[in-house]
Design a protein around this ligand. Sequence first.
Ligand SMILES: [Zn+2]
Length: 329
Amino acid sequence: MSASLPKVELHLHLEGAAPPAFIRGLAAEKKIDISGIFDERGNYAYRDFWHFLTVYEAATAVLTTPEDYHRLTLAVLEESAASGVVYSEAFISPDFCGGRDLSAWRDYLHAIREAADLAERRHSIVLRGIVTPIRHFGPDKAKEAALCAAETAGDWLVGFGLAGDEKSGKPKDFAWSFDAAREAGLRLTCHAGEWGGPDSVRAAIRDLRVERIGHGVRAIEDLALVDEIAEAGIVLELCPGSNVALGLYKDYRSHPIDRLRERGVRVTVSTDDPPFFHTTMALEYDRLAEAFDWDDGVFHEIAKTSAEAAFCTFKTREKILKRLEKTDA
Ligand SMILES: [Zn+2]
């Protein structure tokens, strides 16, 4: 049922969305042995968040050419469209795409965009890109990634963020990169409040001046902060399935999404790295509906909030909003 509801996804790591079968196939073609990252059923296998990052990087290491990213983008968007996603923003990183070399990055970006255009024609799903350097690679590499982002900013590459290990460094270490991205017209988001507490969310808002926060769930531990977020209209890119899979909350019912929403925070729903967390957008909707007794009206409101918080152009947003309205009748 929920697959037919039109959805907007704002927090999706392109490599993290790679179907395991796709990565296994690519590894076989290239004769790379990564069998150790899969369990006996062929799913990605990891012990905890830090091991997850290692498995993630091993899976990503088989993606070595723009052509690989073209195929990856098509595979990912096909899955998203099957879940009813009509608009998606994917995190992509010059760290993985060309080692932060601008001309190589342009080639990767071109290949991803071509695949996105193809997927739009085939599945009516629209994709836009957000550059996210990897936090645990350090601020210097983030600067190089920011320069790649600034050079290629436009109506397709629309945002800049920060992913990776939240416990590595402080948001203000990355302020230069965020300032450069902002000056290039990119809109800003940052992972915070997943592994770090409320202070990590405060620091991202204060030092990086972001308008969206990736996760931000742990703001719930400080209600004054929750009220500030609601007041400022900052949007949380919530990924309940990811948080449950990584043990942040024991089940969907314990997840703070409903409490944040009730307190006036603009909440959205995404899958983060769906095959790693055994989820899809349709499954997220099903599990949230079951946990909180949400009806289609709540999901419509969430999709609308997501479209309004999307970093795309006004024209694209209008198109997406129209697609959401169509199913109102
Ligand atoms: Zn994420």
